[in-house]
Design a protein around this ligand. Structure first.
Ligand code: NAI
Ligand code: 15L
Length: 268
């Protein structure tokens, strides 16, 4: 049966705030979790992903989970380890123990961030392309995807790992013309990922149907996702302001953009 009670972790964040607004129209009853208070939601459960008991209490009684919580940019390894690696493990353990049927995991394009942009006439990047994390952050998303696979193979807990491009109201860089996911398409994709039958563990790219798409959306479409938006309406202005991507610039040559060129953050 379609999930009714949906737990959104990371509900106070940018994507959580967008999805809290958009997902109820699909019929979900939302429960919210974050380490900081969630504006306008006094019933939200406040707790840290690194605390297994807090996570288990938040998960109890949910039919499905949209797991958005965690550090969403590069950070020192110790911080990524605690929030994204141990935190996602705690989330999956709680889901298993509480009998939750489905987790939709917010993975990221940064799991494959060092993949070069396909040239003209080259095939789109498939979900089966080798992972090439561009940061410890991207590496934590590779871990989350593998954890999702393990919990399917070993425990029959279903997941969809969504390698989100960039979900903001509007794209603001030329790179984002390729990876942008409109908030409306984000809600459509998460809803498809929550309700499609027999997903086992499925990995998909998460974006709108952009004219400048670099990756293959077919595994997302196979879930029933029908994107409605295309970033192309923003292209002329952004290209006039910023110019086309320069493949000789390490911050522009690969999917992960600037993440590929920033200096590493070693210390916790
Ligand atoms: P965000 O940084 O705005 O929100 C993340 C939320 O997680 C915050 O409210 C934060 O308080 C919470 N959080 C962090 N550590 C936590 C912990 N230890 N315990 C409980 N809560 C904790 O990030 P955003 O943009 O909303 O992204 C949501 C998810 O989607 C993240 O996992 C991010 O990696 C992923 N993602 C987002 C993309 C986007 O375009 N917004 C692109 C690719 C992936
Ligand atoms: C991400 O994974 C980040 O969470 C988000 O804030 C954006 O930076 C996005 O990727 C991106 O690649 O633009």
């Amino acid at each position: 049966p379609a999930p009714r009670t949906l737990l959104i972790t990371g509900a106070a964040g940018g994507l959580g705030t967008l999805m809290r607004e958009l997902l109820p129209r699909y019929g979900y009853e939302l429960r919210l979790f974050d380490v900081v208070p969630v504006e306008g939601a006094p019933d939200a459960v406040i707790g840290d992903l690194a605390d297994p008991a807090a996570v288990r209490a938040a998960v109890r009684g949910s039919d499905a989970i949209l797991h958005l919580a965690g550090i969403s940019l590069e950070a020192p390894f110790g911080q990524i380890l605690r929030a994204n690696i141990e935190g996602t493990y705690n989330l999956y353990e709680a889901a298993r123990q509480e009998g939750v049927g489905r987790v939709v995991f917010a993975s990221s394009n940064h799991a494959v961030g060092f993949t070069p942009w396909p040239g003209k006439g080259e095939p789109l990047i498939p979900v089966s392309a080798p992972r090439r994390p561009d940061t410890f952050y991207g590496l934590s998303k590779c871990f989350g995807e593998d954890l999702a696979q393990l919990y399917w193979d070993r425990h029959g807990l279903e997941s969809v790992s969504v390698r989100i491009g960039a979900c903001f109201p509007e794209p603001n860089t030329v790179r984002m013309l390729s990876v942008w996911m409109s908030p409306g398409d984000g809600a459509r994709l998460f809803h498809a990922a929550l309700t499609a039958q027999n997903v086992g563990h499925t990995t998909v790219y998460g974006s709108s149907a952009n004219t400048r798409l670099a990756w293959d959306l077919s595994s997302a479409r196979a879930l029933g996702y029908e994107p409605q938006d295309d970033s192309e309406k923003f292209a002329a202005r952004l290209i006039a302001e910023q110019g086309e991507l320069d493949p000789r610039d390490p911050a522009q040559a690969c999917l992960g953009g600037q993440f590929c060129a920033d200096p590493p953050l070693w210390h916790s």
